[in-house]
Design a protein around this ligand. Structure first.
Ligand code: GFB
Length: 310
């Protein structure tokens, strides 16, 4: 058991959807939460990151800072998705080693797995096949992050661990039509179509790919659980254990939003990987399960969207 009580816990990336969920979740722990603004620490810069870490002396770190985006953003900005993420994770993980940080959790993504991995995907499928081309840049950066944690554990005995969340959704998400992930994109499209009285909404690709979704508050809870209880090399999948097609997701979102028009497919846009359902067995064996049902979760995010972004 690693106790968070009385500890100085740095949530790197606290303004992002995952980081802000971690900050919310840590408020019920008896710990001191540290955050760094972009002006205080440029995480892509080693000297700036190290200087901030030296002056704030975190005991433990959740590494949730990353350049993220949906399928089109990944395809359009391969250099940033690879370089920015490599720099951020290398600076923070190496800095944690230099400072003797007690514990660090690196957060990755389910896109680390081969495009055609057997489903549900167990942790040992890593590096057994070729990646999905639309997000291989991001995936390679995330695989490097897992290996950095494992390397510092192997060489120096550092207690650095990795968690691989599935596709996440929740409050604070990016609702930009070009750079967002599918869930916020569909919520916004259905909402705006309802307001306009439109006949249809357009979704990208065939609608046949399957995706697994987890509410970000469940993800944050799982991360805190792993931070306290997991200490080993190798990453842990963090998912709901259930997936649905993009068409089924769109129909569910439309029902929640109250849009009753048609769903049209833009076949010029990529489908991405056909399926990436992760095995939830390892995390379940550590006595953790998600609490937020998908339909309830989407309803609360739509409410958040109406109050904050619409
Ligand atoms: O969420 P998403 O952008 O990323 O897209 P990935 C998931 C699926 O939804 C794809 C379809 O098949 C998209 O073609 N889709 C349909 C849409 N309509 C839309 C839309 O309006 N916007 C978007 N964005 N998608 C990402 C990776 O892959 O998953 C990242 O690129 C990361 O690296 C993330 O791993 C979790 O699930 O395909």
């Amino acid at each position: 058991m690693y106790s968070l009580s009385g500890k100085r816990i740095w949530v790197a990336g606290h303004r992002g959807m995952v980081g802000s969920a971690l900050v919310r979740r840590l408020q019920s722990e008896n710990c001191h939460i540290l955050t760094a603004t972009r002006e205080e620490a440029d995480l892509k810069n080693q000297a700036s990151t190290l200087a901030w870490m030296e002056s704030h002396k975190p005991d433990a770190i959740f590494l949730a800072a990353a350049k993220v985006g949906g399928i089109l953003a990944n395809e359009t900005y391969p250099a940033e998705f690879l370089y920015d993420n490599l720099m951020i994770e290398a600076n923070i993980i190496h800095g944690a080693h230099r400072l003797g940080v007690e514990k660090l959790m690196f957060l990755g993504s389910s896109c680390i797995y081969p495009k055609f991995a057997p489903q549900p995907i167990t942790e040992d499928a890593l590096l057994t096949g070729s990646l999905e081309p639309t997000n291989e840049w991001y995936a390679i950066a995330k695989i490097a992050g897992i290996k950095l944690c494992d390397a510092y554990r192997k060489q120096y005995g550092a207690d650095f661990i990795s968690a691989m969340p599935t596709n996440l959704y929740g409050p604070g998400d990016n609702f930009d039509p070009n750079s967002s992930h599918v869930m916020p994109a569909i919520i916004r499209k259905a909402h705006e179509a309802k307001l306009r009285g439109a006949d249809s909404i357009t979704v990208w690709g065939t609608g046949t790919p399957k995706r697994e979704f987890l509410h970000v508050d469940d993800c944050a809870d799982a991360c805190v659980h792993l931070m306290k209880t997991y200490s080993s090399d190798g990453h842990v999948n963090v998912g709901s254990g259930q997936d649905l097609t993009i068409l089924e997701l769109t129909q569910l979102v439309c029902k929640i939003v109250g849009f009753h028009g048609d769903i049209v497919h833009d076949l010029s846009k990529p489908d991405g990987t056909p399926r990436k359902l992760m095995s939830a067995d390892k995390l379940r064996s550590m006595n953790w399960a998600p609490k937020i049902d998908l339909e309830d979760g989407i309803a609360t995010v739509y409410k958040w969207f109406l109050e904050n972004r619409a």
